[in-house]
Design a protein around this ligand. Structure first.
Ligand code: 2IT
Length: 449
């Protein structure tokens, strides 16, 4: 069986040359599945892993728009519809200059397992563009989004594929995308996009859902190991939506958050990033469109800005990377182990290199994997789809209560799957297995498609 897994990993590498992020996640996930594949020889006969690692559909398209100076701009647009065994494709759109198929495929592949872990009926997909929203005017962002949707609308729908935001795509972009979808199709299909504004079908709590979910998941990790969130010193990276929601929930649970970061460096705030003014400062940083965190230290003089560095050198009890993929390398993992920390919970998608992840776990750090810990975002998106399908509005507290329970359930599913197949508490392996089992069963039931 190990041979089967190795063979598929090699095939994926050969079929998707140079797409290193996709190779990385396929290797990490499939390797964890060994004991399950062992028990199900029929999976090999039915080419299950070959099918799982090949997107059902991949669309690549040209996006043409005109910038404020009247120059024609051409970007690449993508949507990889990865797996619809348990529900319509669901996953975000990422707008960032480094976007290429290897990034969209890694995100889309991860999304299959994440969405399955939520316990809700959503398949996996991901899309985006190499468009960089930073430094663009509002009008440019609108024209880009309209051009992007002018192709994408043919491929999506409330029962087909439901995109949302990811890096570079927030409420503003979703608004423009939705407006254009509605204009072209003449349909108010609320459930075609999630992360919408509250007045037009958005779900209360979606903005903070990913961050809240991460902290609730981390809280379960702590509890399972006899500890509590209150009083913990926490270091996170990023200052965007996910970091902001994470900071807010950490504040509510009485933890002390001491770092945030940007591409320019990191902020160390010894007083804690724990007042409304400080949380609002994170929103201001994002709204500035400059993609820097340094201005935080100008506003709060006790805080220190450390240019060009990542926050992993700061001593903490719990680390939560919330910025982007592969932001924690081997040297960072060593610093985290040396700090004496016990907990590490991934917030952003695949923030840890496979090598750094193994090092953290081998040195006794308890790791929460992103596909489980950050699943609260997409879970809330699915709640939004339900709200839209039922032509209703859910109350804020109802959404929080559902989301909190979902995060508790996901932690439990990861814990139980790892105990069943590996005889130990390993949330990384458990998340892969628990996410896989339901999708595999559905794929087997649906025959060779
Ligand atoms: O990575 C993710 O789960 C997201 N960017 C959110 C996806 C969604 O459909 O809400």
């Amino acid at each position: 069986m190990a041979n089967y897994i190795e063979r598929v990993i090699e095939q994926v590498k050969a079929k998707n040359p140079g797409e290193v992020e996709f190779h990385q996640t396929v290797e990490e996930v499939l390797t964890s599945l060994a004991p399950v594949i062992e028990q199900h020889p029929e999976y090999e006969k039915m080419g299950l892993l070959e099918r799982l690692t090949e997107p059902e559909r991949g669309i690549s398209f040209r996006v043409v728009w005109v910038d404020d100076n009247g120059n024609v701009q051409v970007n690449k647009g993508y949507r990889y519809e990865f797996n619809s065994a348990i529900g319509p494709y669901k996953g975000g759109l990422r707008f960032a200059p480094n976007v290429y198929p290897g990034i969209i495929k890694f995100l889309g592949f991860e999304q299959i397992f994440k969405n399955s872990l939520t316990g809700l009926p959503i398949g996996g997909g991901k899309g985006g563009s190499d468009f960089d929203p930073n430094g663009k005017s509002d009008a440019e962002v609108m024209r880009f989004c309209q051009a992007f949707m002018t192709e994408l609308y043919r491929h999506i729908g409330p029962h087909t594929d439901v995109p949302a935001g990811d890096l570079g795509v927030g409420g503003r972009e979703i608004g423009y995308l939705f407006g254009q979808y509605k204009r072209i199709t003449n349909r108010f299909d609320g459930g075609v996009l999630t992360g919408k504004g509250i007045p037009y079908g958005g779900c209360l709590g979606r903005t903070e859902a990913t961050g809240f979910g991460i902290v609730w998941y981390a809280e379960e990790m702590l509890k399972a190991n006899g500890e509590e969130m209150k009083g913990k010193t926490v270091a996170i990276s990023g200052f965007g939506n996910v970091s902001w929601g994470t900071a807010w929930k950490l504040q509510q649970l009485g933890a002390k958050l001491v770092t945030i970061s940007g591409p320019d460096g990191y902020i160390y705030d010894p007083d804690g990033i724990n007042t409304d003014e400080k949380l609002n400062m994170m929103l201001e940083l994002r709204a500035s469109g400059k993609n820097v965190c340094a201005p935080y230290a100008e506003r709060f003089p006790n805080a220190k800005f450390v240019p060009g560095k990542k926050p992993w050198e700061v001593k903490a009890d719990l680390y939560i990377p919330c910025a982007t993929q592969n932001e924690v390398h081997m040297e960072d993992a060593k610093a985290i182990v040396e700090s004496g920390a016990k907990f590490y919970c991934e917030g952003s998608n695949m923030p840890t290199t496979n090598e750094a992840l193994a090092y953290l776990q081998d040195n006794g750090i308890i790791v929460g994997p992103a596909k489980a810990a950050n699943a609260g975002g997409v879970a809330c998106s699915c709640i939004e789809m339900g709200q839209n399908a039922g032509h209703t509005v859910f109350q804020h507290q109802d959404v929080y209560d559902q989301l909190h329970q979902i995060m508790i359930n996901i932690h439990k599913a990861c814990k139980e799957a790892s105990e069943k197949y590996y005889g130990k508490y390993d949330l990384v392996k458990g998340a892969n297995i628990a996410g896989f089992e339901k999708v595999a069963e559905a794929m087997m039931a649906q025959g060779l498609v």
